[in-house]
Design a protein around this ligand. Structure first.
Ligand SMILES: [Zn+2]
Ligand SMILES: [Zn+2]
Length: 383
């Protein structure tokens, strides 16, 4: 978000300060930070520059008006260059001030022609006025946090998913202004149009968001009927979310500016999607390799044969040799995870050999016949 310069705060004057108040504030602080008095002091130089900029703007009625409007500070919209008397409040040459600062004894007569103040002009203005095209400072929308569960294979291959959420969006009826045809807007009496209230404790000044007007500086009477003056309405939305390949469980995806729209046309927040990866029934990831444990019958292990192995997209056949021992791991090339256009990891299949717990009569007979052929004392050894 743009960091605004608060020229009023820089000079330590309130909004609505008279020209003399602004000038006096500038004189007081500029003396303190003037480069002639603080040679080589970078901080003073910066402060002096900021003071001069603030003074240049606030001492010039035209520039002050433009600045006020841009910052959403109460401004006199009927007041245009065409109907004001020019030169009456001509911009003050900074050199005049410097002369004053550096030669404090100089006659004050020169300042008198500037005493007709901004504030007095403002007081002539009806504080209630129609609000077309008023620019107010928007509050940034808040972030949305959501979760999305995806199957294991999709977390590796990548996928595009839809998510549904409720989101604050700019009210189309009023285009986010919160106003209606009949709206009347008035200056917020609490913050006097600044959108924030300041408190001073000794030398410390702290600013707080004005909660009467929500930081807008103005109050809306007869607001937009759809958003009740807030400028945003809650909508149900379906958004497409692209999940890139190789997304780990718990990854947080950030979708910039897809969160809630801010009030008063503030910047939208972000959408954060936490990806939860569901476990695969058998496959697990190991870098670019996949691994799994597959049960096979003991006859297949002994005789060898084709078995089915799981892959990311389905199944594949794999031939195991005769005499395969329990917990033997086979590495199958190119059934793992894509590393590059022409390179893939392996699928590591560890076989578990199942011994049947129930045998049919026929199986029992076959195994008994087989048993007769087995060597009697396999472990007799030397003892
Ligand atoms: Zn306020
Ligand atoms: Zn509206």
């Amino acid at each position: 978000m743009r960091k605004k310069k608060d020229h009023y705060r820089t000079l330590g004057v309130h909004f609505g300060a008279t020209f003399d108040e602004i000038k006096n504030a500038y004189r007081k602080t500029a003396v303190q930070y003037h480069p002639d008095k603080n040679p080589g002091d970078k901080q003073s130089e910066e402060k002096f520059k900021a003071l001069s900029e603030a003074y240049t703007i606030l001492s010039n009625p035209d520039r002050r008006r433009i600045y006020d409007q841009a910052e959403g500070i109460c401004s006199d919209l009927n007041y245009t260059t065409s109907n004001r008397t020019t030169n009456e409040h001509s911009p003050t040459d900074l050199n005049d001030i410097f002369n004053d600062i550096l030669q404090p004894k100089k006659s004050k007569s020169q300042t008198n022609k500037y005493t007709s103040s901004y504030k007095s002009r403002h007081q002539k203005v009806n504080p209630t006025y129609n609000v077309k095209n008023v620019r107010t400072k928007g509050k940034r929308g808040s972030d949305i946090n959501t979760e999305l569960a995806i199957p294991f294979a999709q977390s590796i291959l990548g996928v595009e998913k839809s998510i549904q959420l409720k989101r604050d969006e700019t009210c189309k009826t009023c285009d986010g202004t919160g106003t209606s045809e009949n709206s009347i807007q008035s200056i917020c009496p609490r913050c006097m149009g600044k959108g924030e209230t300041s408190q001073s404790q000794g030398k410390m000044r702290s600013a707080q968001f004005c909660n009467r007007c929500g930081g807008k500086g103005t109050l809306i009477h007869q607001p937009c009927g759809d958003c009740h003056g807030v400028g945003v309405v809650r909508k149900e939305r379906t958004l497409r979310v692209k999940i890139p390949p190789l997304t780990d469980d718990g990854s947080l995806l950030r979708l910039a500016n897809k969160g809630h729209t801010g009030e008063n046309r503030g910047d939208p927040g972000n959408l954060f999607v936490k990806v939860l990866v569901e476990k695969h029934p058998v496959l697990e990831r190991d870098g670019y390799d996949l691994k799994c444990r597959i049960p096979i019958g003991f006859a297949t292990a002994a005789l060898g044969g084709k078995i089915e192995v799981p892959t990311l997209t389905g199944h594949a056949k794999f031939e195991i040799p005769g005499g395969t021992q329990p917990n033997k791991t086979f590495r199958i090339n190119n059934l793992g995870i894509k590393k590059s256009e022409d390179e893939k990891g392996d699928l590591a299949v560890t076989v578990e050999i199942r011994v049947p717990t129930k045998l049919s009569k026929k199986q029992q007979k076959l195994l008994k016949d087989y048993k007769k052929t087995e060597p009697e004392h396999e472990f007799s050894g030397k003892n």
